[in-house]
Design a binder for this molecule. Structure first.
Ligand code: 5AD
Ligand code: SF4
Length: 337
């Protein structure tokens, strides 16, 4: 797709529906198929802590949500999750959590080192929010090779509207730049349909993603959580999510794009619809069953069925019904495909 797409052209693509949208998504799916075959990569998601110092207006884990159940996995529990995942065939472990002060570099570095030493043919991805450049550097040296940090909003005014005053748009972008400069395979992304977001804001997100060229892009619908300031808002539009995935696939053909849990939560055939719009990654939940319901970012978050790592056979069956398979490889970013 020509990179110099104007904002008007981008808006038209985002707003397409019916046959036009189908054509857009078919083109994107064909692009994925040419590069990756009809196969998706897996990432085992371990939700290591539901504590968060931040207060993002949209998120159920925000610090002011006193009804959120907080837990923190031990290093031993996390390694046990990796063991389960490894046995099931997973070769990427994503350690995701709120911005929890407990997880200092002194604690995280040995944990990452130990996972890397125990599973030398697996990748460690971190998704632990904003940290200092020095921290990112230490974790990279410890063996983490990927980091997910959604930019959330490329429009500074939207960013300010969905975050408390103490959070900074600039700090978020600087963190992403540090990650890219340190050689992390870096993931950006945003929600579709967060209150106050316009289609033009999404066009700005796409432009920013195109300019920074992250290796991974996570896009899912906003889903209200009742105990947040946005609890009464509507969920994001699935059609818009799918158009967005397709546009990103066409602009960054080699990107790793998940069929997000948020989409699967809103839509029973979310995996299929995302994959048929250009997604090529699924992130099954590997967290201990006892804590899964506590990692409640939004209402009704799916963590069972084919979203659960213990059900990979079911996921294989689900994918094969529309002609796809699982690629059990590590799935590093590779722009020489
Ligand atoms: N709906 C959908 N996605 C959400 N996230 C946070 N809150 C919600 C919500 N209510 C996403 C954010 C964040 C990640 C942890 O989950 O984009 O980066
Ligand atoms: Fe914390 Fe992330 Fe939720 Fe914001 S989105 S409150 S940083 S867990």
């Amino acid at each position: 797709m020509k990179p110099q797409l104007s904002p008007i052209e981008l808006r038209a693509l985002l707003n397409s529906r019916g046959e036009e949208a189908q054509y857009l998504r078919d083109c994107a799916a064909r692009t994925s198929e040419e590069l990756f075959g009809r196969a998706v990569y897996l990432r085992g998601l371990i939700e290591i802590s539901s504590y968060c110092r931040n207060n993002c207006l949209y998120c159920g884990l925000r610090r002011d949500n006193t009804s959120a159940e907080r837990y923190r996995l031990t290093a031993e529990q996390i390694i046990e999750c990796c063991q389960h995942g490894y046995k099931a065939g997973l070769r990427t472990f994503v350690l995701q959590g709120g911005e929890d002060g407990y997880w200092t570099d002194e604690r995280l570095v040995p944990l990452v080192e130990s996972i890397v030493a125990t599973f030398p043919d697996a990748a460690v991805t971190l998704s632990l929010g904003e940290r200092s450049a020095d921290s990112y550097k230490a974790l990279r040296a410890a063996g983490a090779s990927r980091y997910l940090l959604r930019h959330e909003a490329a429009s500074e005014s939207l960013y300010r509207a969905i975050h408390p005053a103490e959070m900074s748009y600039r700090a978020r972008l600087e963190a992403i730049e540090h990650l890219l400069a340190l050689g992390y395979q870096t993931g950006m992304g945003m929600m579709i349909g967060v209150p106050g977001q316009s289609v033009d804001d999404i066009a700005e997100d796409i432009k920013l993603i195109y300019n920074l060229k992250p290796q991974m892009v996570g896009i899912g619908p906003f889903i209200p959580h009742p105990a947040t300031p946005f609890g009464g808002a509507e969920a994001g539009d699935i059609e818009l999510v799918l158009n967005c995935i397709a546009i990103i696939r066409l602009m960054l053909p080699h990107a790793l794009i998940p069929a997000t849990t948020a989409l699967a939560t809103l839509c029973h055939d979310g995996h299929r619809r995302a994959i048929e719009a250009g997604a090529n990654v699924i992130m099954p939940n590997l967290s201990p069953a006892a804590v899964r319901s506590k990692y409640s970012i939004y209402a009704g978050k799916a963590a069972s069925g084919t979203e659960a790592a213990e059900n990979l056979r079911d996921l294989e069956a689900e994918l094969s019904a529309f002609g796809y398979t699982i690629n059990y490889g590590k799935g590093d970013y590779n722009d020489t495909l």
